[in-house]
Write a protein that binds this ligand. Structure first.
Ligand SMILES: [Zn+2]
Length: 301
């Protein structure tokens, strides 16, 4: 019997045409995260959707949420999408404060050693998506991916530049965004309404609402497609209830409009959806269900 290495197990790597998209795990968020983040997703509402169990919710109806990155090799480029919470970062949220995970060794084990990463795409500038932009080194925060170009929407960067940030958010920019800018590694890109091709097969899709410059990432190969959500969808319960938004959406109405349009488009195109906070099995197809949708993971192979 041949046992596949962990990084090719069907639960954390997905074929899309000629590509393989890898999930690089960081951590599971505490069980109370869901009721804070998505307060309208009550246990009673969750109980109405059998397909959410047992993978996407706990037996008591609490939402399961994880943090991870996705990694893919495309056109010879090693690409990482979002960088999690990071290690050793001082954070007001106790679940994010001073983490000690072995995320870098998981990246390396999947074939994406930090020094080999060419592109880091940031869906938006929140603390749980930019943390591994940097790592601690001799008392300073230095870029974790020294050869990479880090990509963020210009709208996103400029929004935060003009935002009255509280001290915890300023801290996050100091330790996870400014060092990358100061190293000259951050590229601001203009993302038009119909998207921007960064390289053939990789398209940035504007998905505003959670933040103004939020982008989702679409990967295509040989007629197959996948979409990495970032935080325009936090949890599969939002497939059944697209109106349910997160407590940290900058523009809740726009976030709901974005979710509805995106889900309709994904259902039509049979795209594989990979959720940036979805617990395993993490990915699936968008299937119409009543007046909304459900997420159907591909069968394990
Ligand atoms: Zn997030």
């Amino acid at each position: 019997m041949h046992t596949p290495p962990a990084h090719t197990s069907p639960t954390n790597a997905w074929p899309v045409g000629d590509l393989t998209i890898h999930r690089i795990d960081e951590t599971r968020l505490p069980p109370q995260t869901g009721e804070w983040l998505l307060p309208d997703a009550t246990a009673d509402l969750v109980a109405q959707h059998d397909w959410l169990r047992p993978d996407f919710t706990d037996p008591d109806g609490r939402l399961r949420l994880h943090t991870h990155s996705f990694a893919v090799t495309l056109n010879g480029l090693r690409i990482l999408i979002d960088t999690g919470i990071g290690n050793g970062k001082p954070r007001a949220n106790p679940a994010w404060n001073d983490l000690r995970t072995d995320y870098p060794s998981r990246l390396t084990a999947a074939g994406f050693a930090p020094e080999d990463i060419d592109l880091v795409i940031l869906t938006h500038l929140h603390a749980d998506h930019v943390g591994w932009n940097t790592r601690a080194h001799e008392g300073a925060w230095i870029p974790t991916f020294p050869r990479a170009r880090y990509i963020v929407s210009r709208t996103e960067r400029e929004f935060w530049a003009g935002y009255a940030m509280d001290e915890p958010r300023r801290q996050m920019f100091r330790d996870s965004v400014h060092p990358v800018e100061e190293a000259g590694l951050l590229d601001l890109v203009d993302v038009p309404p119909d998207g921007l091709d960064l390289t053939p097969g990789l398209r940035l899709i504007p998905t505003p609402g959670h933040t103004p410059g939020h982008i989702a990432v679409e990967l295509t190969s040989r007629g197959a497609g996948a979409l990495i959500t970032g935080d325009c969808l936090h949890h599969p319960v939002q497939f059944a209830h697209p109106a349910i938004g997160s407590c940290v959406d900058i523009d809740p109405a726009q976030a709901a409009t974005t979710r509805r349009a995106l889900l309709a488009s994904l259902a039509e195109r049979h795209t594989l959806v990979l959720g940036s906070h979805f617990p395993p099995p993490t990915a699936g197809r968008v299937i119409p269900d009543g007046d909304a949708y459900r997420l159907t993971p591909p069968p394990a192979t």
